[in-house]
Design a protein around this ligand. Sequence first.
Ligand SMILES: [Zn+2]
Length: 325
Amino acid sequence: MTKAATIIPITLPTPFDVGPVNCCLLIGDAVTLIDSGPRTDEAREVLLSSLTENRLSFKDLDQYICTHYHPDHAGLSKEIQQAGVDTLMLKEAVPYVSGDSDFLKWADSFYIDLYRSFGVPDSLGRLELLKLKKYREFITPFMPDLTPLPGESVPGHEGFVFLKTPGHAPDHLSLYNEVQGVFIGGDVLLPHISSNALLEPPVLHEKDRPKTLLQYRETLQNLLTLNLQTVYPGHGEPFENAHELIRKRLHDQNERAKAIEKLLNDEPLTVFELCVRLFPKLYEKQLGLVVSEVSGHLDLLQEEGRIIKAEEEGLFYFRQTGAVR
Ligand SMILES: [Zn+2]
């Protein structure tokens, strides 16, 4: 019989709008830390003192697993790795966390071009890019030691496997124990807020950006087939009603898609025009999130053949299929 794993959540402060982030200690035959918080003095201090409370320091960890590249989860990875701890992430994380300058330049020019084609005013687009650059400073670049494959067992934790769960981030990794119904899910499923399927650039030198909301919905559908008794999320308290929450998230996405489809019945609109109409109070402050939200749902509507995209002088316009112009 498998001994139930001990999971000790550790909550760290972040300077970001999302609020505190959860890491956790997974204790079985191995001692594993999952996620590490942003690179700030405050987060480091709380992480170290939480480890001390469990009579541990970085060098006592057998391994460190990071769920995805976002700085609120991956920021202190390098410091942990420097203590001699094996660091595991999916291979998709490498261009993001290694500070690959070719990739970062590629990503920046992708966002500039994309925002332009979405009708975002240049001044707002530039501001958003600056924010992205600042955000990247909350992580020290590093190269993962090991890149596990989806479906592989988590070393030292019988019954736990790695799952690839893309959508919120292209490199998103979760840990799942079918027998115990335990899911350590990073930002895949959060109890109090819907997880944003953020716009991402294509893989270096490839043409098409990933359709992240469609990826995310596929991830959610896959999760509905799993035994999810307890979810340990990257933000908020552990929770138990995961299938119900997944169905709510999918339903809310369908409702938002319908609202966008309706707006496109009257006249063709750009992504930015839709952002202003749907999120009049938020679009300036949270442009990156809002643009991702709208363009993700446009991807969904296009996939379902409910809207079409036209290009005029480098600008994309969307309209309902069958609507008269
Ligand atoms: Zn997060």
